[in-house]
Design a protein around this ligand. Structure first.
Ligand code: SF4
Length: 300
């Protein structure tokens, strides 16, 4: 079996940065709490917990949080970022406060805040309830709407003042462009900012390269709760090739996937931005072992 590994599979730089920050803080001997899971990957979360990095609570809950001996603990904001209101609340808990918001998310928040202060309403292309979207909406000064589809745009109230349109960092570029065009039909003066991050675009472009390389199937590795992995799998399906979203190499050995894999001579492997290298490597090693080890290439 020939295995082509996507050049941009696995951790993006924002996730690497957040994990490195959490590990270096934990190495100082203090308890580190993250506002929600630092990463949507069970195996990686277990490793981090063993190092003293744990989830503070349910970030979507309005329930009060409490931390024992807060002076000896650190609260760390995840790469997704948080709203200004949540930031103020977390700071009030009395722990040290550190921020691992991905700078690419920070740029989106900055654009929203700057325009909201000038009176702009904001449309955020994203998944309602996603932590990044919740955080971004906090910068809209009450003038924000989340839109995912043309129907969501149709359902908007009249907006008479200035309007800007941004995206959650991990959306599909083609969907963003289509929705921007649709929005402009109803609100022609809308300022459009393509804020999908480069890491997301790189992962999406790699899928096109798989098609160009004529792989027989695409395997997407990553947690079932990882929004960016689910999106990557959805986009892979749109390419019209057999697509398998798996969390571990073990699943490739189970029926009916194992039988289907036996028919392929070349597969492409990619992984969401929250998938650790050790899981990707285990998947590639298993695939290479099928019908004898041939080679593993990396997409150029
Ligand atoms: S997916 Fe993009 S915005 Fe999100 S953490 Fe990674 S680099 Fe940052």
């Amino acid at each position: 079996m020939k295995v082509l590994l996507a050049k941009h599979a696995g951790f993006c730089w924002g996730v690497v940065r957040a994990i490195e920050m959490s590990r270096s803080l934990a190495a100082s001997g203090q308890r580190v709490y993250t506002d929600g899971p630092l990463i949507h990957n069970k195996q990686m979360t277990e490793r981090l917990e063993a190092e003293g990095i744990q989830e503070l609570g349910d970030y979507q809950s309005s329930a009060d949080l409490s931390i024992d001996d807060p002076q000896d603990a650190i609260t760390l904001v995840r790469a997704h970022g948080i709203s200004p209101q949540r930031r103020a609340y977390l700071k009030s808990l009395g722990t040290q406060f550190k921020d691992a918001t991905c700078p690419d998310v920070g740029i989106i928040a900055g654009k929203i805040r700057m325009h909201a202060k000038k009176g702009y309403a904001t449309l955020v292309f994203g998944t309602p309830g996603h932590p990044e979207v919740i955080g971004l909406m906090g910068y809209t000064e009450g003038l924000g709407h989340v839109v995912e589809t043309p129907q969501d745009v149709d359902a908007l109230p009249d907006i008479n003042g200035p309007l800007c349109f941004v995206s959650q960092s991990t959306m599909f570029t083609s969907d963003f462009e289509e929705l921007a065009a649709y929005i402009k039909k109803r609100f022609p003066q809308t300022l459009v900012f393509d804020t999908i991050c480069q890491a997301t675009k790189d992962r999406q472009n790699d899928l096109d390269l798989f098609v160009k390389e004529q792989v027989d199937a695409i395997i997407v590795v990553g947690g079932y709760h990882s929004a960016n992995t689910k999106k990557l799998a959805l986009l892979a399906e749109r390419k019209g090739l057999p697509c398998y979203h798996i969390e571990s190499a073990q699943q490739l050995q189970e029926a009916p996937v194992a039988q289907q894999l036996a028919q392929f001579s070349c597969v492409g492997v990619t992984a969401g931005a929250s998938t650790p290298e050790f899981i990707i490597e285990a998947v590639c090693q298993y695939l290479e072992s099928l019908r004898g080890r041939e080679n593993k290439g990396i997409l150029a």
